[in-house]
Every structure is written in C-alpha cells, then in structure tokens.
Design a protein around this ligand. Sequence first.
Ligand SMILES: [Fe+2]
Length: 370
Amino acid sequence: MQQFSVSPKITMFKTCGEFIQDYDINENDLVLTIAPIWTAYFQNVHAGTVIDMEKYGRGEPTDEMIEAIGNDIVKPYRRVIAIGGGTVLDCAKLFALKQTLPVTDLFYKKIPAVKEKPLLLIPTTCGTGSEMTNISILEFPQRHTKFGLAADALYADEAVLIPELLTQLPFKVFAASSIDALVHSVESYLSPKATPLSQMFSIEAMKLILNGYKTIAAEGRQIRNSLLSDFCLASTMAGIAFGNAGCAAVHAMSYPLGARFHIPHGESNYAMFTGVFHKYMEINPDGAIRHLNETIAEVLECDSSAVYDEIENLLNTAILQKKSLHEYGMTQPMIAEFTDSVIANQQRLMSNNYVFLDREALIDIYTKLL
Ligand SMILES: [Fe+2]
C-alpha cells in the first residue's frame, strides 16, 4: 500500500524576476493567468498563447469556462504554465491532457485523463495547494454543485513558489485562501487515509498558519507581507498532506453552499469548519482528534476543550468574520436538498471523514450553522 508521495518538483524564488531569468517562457508555451498578474510581473515576456481567465468569468471555474477556453486555444503548444489562484491552476491541469473536451465527459470518466504536456503551476494565493495535488475542481452550474476529478495525469511536473506574487492580494482573498489551507491541514490530519508522513505536513502547515494569524492579530494586517513565505509554504505543505490523505466533510458540505451562493471557497469552508468538527467531537472525541486538539491548544495557548471557539475568536477578530448560513441566503428547505447533494456527489470526500457521518448528522450540522 502506498504510504506517501510528493509528485511535482518544488522550486521557490523570492521574486518574479529571478523566476523569469531561470525559465525560458517562449512561443511554445500556453499560459493561463489573469491580466493584472501578467501585466504587473510578466510585461516583457512573450508566450505563444496567454489566456486571461477573467475574460471567461470570475470566481470558481465552471465546465462552461473550460469549454470556452478550449475552443479559443488555436495555436499548438508544447508546455502549459499556470500563474494564478486555484481556479487558474485547476483549469490549467486539464489543458495538459491529451483530450480535455467535452469536459463533462472527462469528469464523468467517459474519456480517460491522459497527460500529454509538461505542466508548471505557480500559485498566486496561499490556499488551494492545487499546485501539489492531482485534483481539478469544477463547478457544474446545471447540477448546482462542484465536482472534483482526481487522476495522476493531473499532477504538475513542477510547482514554483514566488511569495512576491502574493503581495498585491486583497486582505479578504488572503484570508479566505489561507483559511482554505488551514482546513486542508486539519481535514487531512483526521482522514482515515492519513499516515505519519502526511500528518507531519498537516501539523506543520497548521502551525505556520495559526502562528501567522496570531502575529497578524498582535501586529495588524500590514504585517502579513512579511509572512508570505510562511503562508506559501504552509499552503503547499497542506496541499502535500491532503494530496495524500484527502479532504473531507468540511469541503463536501461547503460545495453546494459555495456553488449556490457564489461564496469564495475558503470562506464557505470556514462557514462549515467548526460545525463539522464539533460533530466529530460529539461522535468520537478520543481518536486522532484528541491529539489534533492538543496541538492546536499548544499553538493557541488555550485549553484543548476550547480550541474551536479559540480558532473562531482569532479568525473573527483578525482574519475573517464567520457568517451563519442564513446570511448567505440559505433557508430551512435547502438543508435536505444540500444534504442529498452531498451524499449523491461528494463521496470522494465523504469517504475521508474522521467518523462516519450519516444523513441525520449532516442535517444536524447544517441546521446548527443556519
Ligand atoms: Fe480547499
């Protein structure tokens, strides 16, 4: 049984200029990015095709966006480079395959995922960890949910970390994306697929993020640019952890919520996070969650029985205010609908839950957070 693997080579540069000097971006490259990043950092670089993802829609990637981009790429290319957040990286993974369209057939495995082109992923947020995983997540608006394709053909050949690219992130984007990484770290820690090796990455990522939040709480938001290397590393470490052990119910339950109300992924995860973990504690407080809570308690200098309240206090005051689900527009009748959507569409994630969560448990989690 495979214990642990780290697939893409990881390279780190302090600045974009150093990266550009080392990598020959040329006419054989297909670049997926967003215009503000390309203009600010890659002005004098000439690639074969540069796709501005924001032209195809803002927010989470959809199947329709992939179809539109695929139809617009007319020039042959030999390498795919993605520079952006999770949306950009997840889309780019699909264009390194032999056949991408129709993308619904790819996601429903009617056509195989076969890697054809080298893929280089450069994250510009500190959350998704997408640069380290073999997963691409798309929203399928007609099905009212998000759906992930996991296949080894989606691994990048190289992940390049450049903290400078994160300096212009609006604080809210920084907040949501780093909370996403925090959730990756704790969900992967508790996954039945976790191993001592994956848990080491989970714990280190979690510590870096919570300690970074403590520094921001103590010194103010302006301090975050001095912490970007830590957050970049934490996000990648959490990506390694969940790439091996998987995410679980927090992600699964946030997908219908995020898809319906167009909530940023990290923010919808935060809306679900402590609700799911309180349920875990209710069902089995004595397994791996006990050690996780003790470790969080050490970092936050609080009692292990209060860690989820303390995380919320820290996040609400310094990072991002948690909202109740009704504040996004969720209503009582949607609870059963969302629950059934999770059970029908998110078994890839639900199989990684710390303890089994039945329909009643999911309904209870949504109800308490409403
Ligand atoms: Fe995530």
